[in-house]
Design a protein around this ligand. Structure first.
Ligand code: CA
Ligand code: CA
Length: 346
């Protein structure tokens, strides 16, 4: 009898563990797996859309409601877009370009289809409209920290797009946003409007940055002309941070400037260089240019969590404020005080 009681007792304990404890232990891991799978599905879908070239979709692209063929204001956020006409260009930089890194080569010819692109970086006001409508909470807010510049880059608690660490109003580019945050806004817009929003591929971004020009910068070769076209490390910043290597001119901003403050490039886009770094869709691969096909190339490597960022920021010295410059962050949940994004509509 005693043996039977012990047997029943052990059985009940095992049953309780199976039904009550195990699901609670497994739930967070299942959630993480589901989120990772969703993220990759989104990226794969974006890649397929980028290379599909479907005529019906293209017809829809050229004329979203309210567009005049060249300009369009997205009605939910008020975000201005410009049409970037399809074309071909020389991607990467030549060996003679000052400040060039090896991952910018070999230069190669690439063609991209036309797409709509945010005229400037997503602003804090536009991001707020998304947050208020969707209830979205950014990764910096959820996890309670971000990366800030204090003379060196440091991980610090309490910073997010709501508390950037320097003056920003609704017109400034949103910062402390991860690639996951950027894609959340893109997905929300896609769901609400029926369009297909995302962040640009590296090829789309570089083509857009050049605005139809060859060379290091969309205004020409001289970094010291930057201050008409970009908010980067400049004489104003050097007053606060004398150790920085700066452009020899004054753009007037130590940290972010209101998005769209500087002169546009040949496609009518602003802040493609400087202000905040911008997330791209590609996995970072230093050898990526050897793998590019000639049409709408994109590198999405499931085993590689790093993601490309482009364009430099208020913090960037002249070598980093070039259209061919490639940089990367190791994870799509990374965020910082000089990192934002710009959306495209395919
Ligand atoms: Ca500046
Ligand atoms: Ca920028």
């Amino acid at each position: 009898m005693k043996k039977v009681m012990v047997f029943l007792g052990v059985g009940m304990l095992l049953g309780a563990a199976y039904w009550f404890v195990l699901p609670r232990v497994r739930a967070p891991f299942q959630q993480m797996r589901r989120e990772a799978a969703t993220h990759w599905d989104e990226l794969k879908r974006a890649a397929r859309t980028a290379v599909k070239g479907d005529q019906a979709e293209k017809a829809q692209l050229v004329d979203p409601q309210g567009a005049d063929g060249r300009h369009w204001v997205e009605p939910l956020t008020g975000m201005p877009f410009v049409w970037v006409p399809g074309g071909c260009f020389r991607m990467g930089s030549d060996e003679g370009e000052k400040g060039r890194d090896r991952d910018e080569g070999p230069p190669h010819d690439v063609c991209v289809e036309g797409f709509w692109m945010g005229r400037r970086e997503v602003t804090q006001g536009e991001f707020r409209r998304f947050v208020e409508a969707s209830g979205y909470v950014t990764e910096a807010e959820r996890e309670g920290f971000s990366w800030v510049y204090t003379g060196a880059w440091e991980r610090r608690g309490g910073y997010s797009w709501r508390r950037p660490g320097f003056f920003q109003d609704d017109t400034h580019p949103v910062v402390h946003v991860s690639l996951n945050d950027a894609l959340a806004m893109a997905n929300w817009l896609s769901e609400k409007t029926g369009g297909s929003f995302g962040v640009p591929t590296e090829a789309q971004w570089e083509y857009a940055c050049r605005g139809g020009r060859l060379g290091a910068r969309f205004w020409g070769e001289d970094p010291d002309e930057a201050c008409r076209y970009a908010n980067a490390a400049d004489a104003a910043a050097a007053e606060d941070f004398p150790s920085w290597t700066v452009h020899r001119c004054s753009d007037g901003f130590v940290f972010t400037a209101p998005a769209g403050s500087f002169e546009p490039n040949g496609f009518g886009l602003q802040d493609m260089l400087g202000n905040v770094w911008e997330w791209c869709a590609d996995s970072y691969d230093p050898q990526g240019y050897r793998k590019h096909g000639p049409k709408n190339p994109v590198i999405l490597d499931l085993s590689n969590t790093s993601r490309v960022i482009r364009g430099g920021s208020w913090y960037s010295r002249p070598e980093h404020v070039r259209c061919a410059k490639r940089d990367a962050l190791t994870r799509p949940d990374r965020r910082s005080q000089d990192l934002g994004f710009r959306l495209i509509r395919r």
